[in-house]
Write a new protein. Structure first.
Length: 387
C-alpha cells in the first residue's frame, strides 16, 4: 500500500519522522469521534471534552509511533539502515532492509512491533487502575485497543507484521525467501477472505459498524496483497537475473563536502528544486545535500561547509554494484539510490532504470515511454512484498 504524499515533522536519532496526507485526515476524524463519544456520555462537555479528545488522540497515535520506533530500534540494533518512519491512516511504515540480516533478522524486526504494542496495553491497564473517573475509563479503553491491535498485527498476512513473521519463519525452515513469500501470500489470501466474510456477517447483524468496516478493509488489503504475490514473485525471479551495474545510470553531479554552502547554492542547488545531490569527501560518498537542507544551515552561516548542511547517508538508499535487481527494487521503494563500490560512487539507480532494464532484457522491447509513437505502459510491480 503506497504512502502517498507526506511531510517531515522531526528527526530522532538520525531517523526522519513523516506524516502522510491520509494520516492528517484520520487524526482529525479520530478527535471528532472521541469528542462525540465523550459528550454523548455527558460525563464531560465543551472545552474539557475537546482537550481530553486531543489527549486520547496523542496517546493513541503515540502508541503507533512507538510501535514503528520499535521496528527501527531493532533494525538499528542489527546494524541495518533505517530510511524513515511514516504515519499513515492504516498505522505506520518503517523503511528498513530487514531481509539483509536473513530470516532471523526479518522475524525479529517484524516481531518487536506487536510486542511493543502489547506491552503498551499493559502500561495503559496499570495506569487505569491507578486513576479514577473518565481518565481511568480512557486508559482502560486504550489498554483494550492496544491488545486488540497487537493481536491483529500478528495475523499472518501482508501488509501486517504477522505476514512478515510468517515469511521469515518459512524462510528460516526452507532456506528460501521466495517460498516464504508465496506461503505468506496464500495464507494471507485465505485469512483475508474469511475476514471479509466475518465483517459482512457482523455488519448485517447490526454489530459495531465501525469495527466491521475496519475488519473488512483489513481483509480486502490482505486479499489484494495475496492475489498479487505470484506476479510479484515471477517479476523478482526475472529481476534476479540482472545486477545493479547492468541497469544503473552514470553518477550524477557531486558536491564536495568541503566547499561552503553558499558555493554549493550558487553552483548546483539554487535552481535544483527538490533534487538532492551526492556529497563526496576524498572520493567517498558521505551524504546528500538539497536546497532545503543547505538553506536550514546556510541561512544562519552560509560560509559553513556542505558537510554541516548535508543529509546523512543513512537517509539515502545505497546499493552495491553487484547486488541483484530484485533486492534493489525492494530497497529503493520508489526512490533514487546511489551505487557504491568500496564506498566510491559509481552510478545511480531508480525504479524507472530497473523497469527499462526489464523491458529491454526480459521483454526484448524498448521502454514505451521512450519508444517512437509511445504506447501504453503495463502496471509495474510494487517494490516490497508487503506493499
Amino acid at each position: 500500500m503506497g504512502i502517498g504524499h507526506r511531510w517531515k515533522i522531526a528527526t530522532v536519532r538520525g531517523i526522519p519522522l513523516y506524516v502522510g496526507s491520509s494520516w492528517a485526515v484520520i487524526a482529525v476524524l479520530f478527535v471528532f469521534i472521541q469528542y462525540s463519544n465523550l459528550t454523548d456520555s455527558e460525563r464531560v462537555t465543551g472545552l474539557e471534552a475537546l482537550l481530553l479528545s486531543a489527549f486520547i488522540t496523542v496517546l493513541f497515535f503515540g502508541s503507533v509511533l512507538l510501535h514503528e520506533a520499535a521496528h527501527a530500534a531493532m533494525a538499528r540494533g542489527l546494524d541495518l539502515p533505517v530510511m524513515g518512519i511514516t504515519l499513515v491512516f492504516w498505522g505506520g511504515a518503517t523503511e528498513t532492509k530487514a531481509a539483509a540480516r536473513g530470516a532471523k533478522g526479518e522475524f525479529l524486526v517484524a516481531l518487536v512491533g506487536p510486542a511493543t504494542t502489547l506491552a503498551l496495553g499493559g502500561v495503559f491497564w496499570v495506569a487505569g487502575t491507578l486513576t479514577q473517573g473518565v481518565i481511568s475509563d480512557v486508559l482502560d479503553w486504550l489498554a483494550e485497543i492496544s491488545v486488540l491491535f497487537a493481536a491483529l498485527n500478528t495475523v499472518p498476512g501482508f501488509p501486517l507484521d504477522g505476514g512478515r513473521m510468517l515469511l521469515a519463519a518459512v524462510w528460516g525452515i526452507t532456506g528460501s525467501r521466495r517460498t516464504g513469500m508465496r506461503i505468506a501470500g496464500y495464507v494471507g489470501l485465505a485469512i483475508g477472505v474469511a475476514t471479509i466474510a466475518y465483517a459482512v456477517l457482523s455488519f448485517s447483524q447490526g454489530k459495531d459498524a465501525g469495527f466491521s468496516v475496519f475488519i473488512g478493509y483489513m481483509g480486502f488489503v490482505m486479499v489484494t496483497s495475496g492475489r498479487a504475490m505470484d506476479h510479484r514473485i515471477a517479476i523478482r525471479d526475472q529481476l534476479s537475473r540482472g545486477t545493479v551495474a547492468e541497469a544503473m545510470q552514470p553518477p550524477p553531479v557531486t558536491v564536495s563536502a568541503d566547499i561552503t554552502l553558499v558555493e554549493a547554492l550558487d553552483s548546483v542547488l539554487r535552481d535544483a528544486g527538490t533534487r538532492s545531490f551526492p556529497v563526496v569527501d576524498d572520493g567517498r560518498l558521505v551524504g546528500t545535500v538539497s536546497f532545503e537542507s543547505a538553506r536550514k544551515v546556510g541561512a544562519r552561516d552560509p560560509m559553513r561547509p556542505v558537510r554541516d548542511g548535508m543529509i546523512p547517508l543513512m537517509q539515502t538508499p545505497t546499493l552495491a554494484a553487484e547486488e541483484s535487481l530484485d533486492d534493489a527494487l525492494e530497497w529503493l521503494g520508489g526512490r533514487q539510490g546511489y551505487v557504491l563500490r568500496d564506498d566510491v560512487l559509481v552510478g545511480s539507480l531508480a525504479t524507472d532504470d530497473i523497469e527499462r532494464w526489464y523491458r529491454r532484457v526480459i521483454e526484448g522491447r524498448p521502454d514505451p515511454a521512450t519508444a517512437v509513437g509511445g504506447g501504453e505502459r503495463e502496471p509495474w510491480v510494487p517494490p516490497r512484498p508487503d506493499a
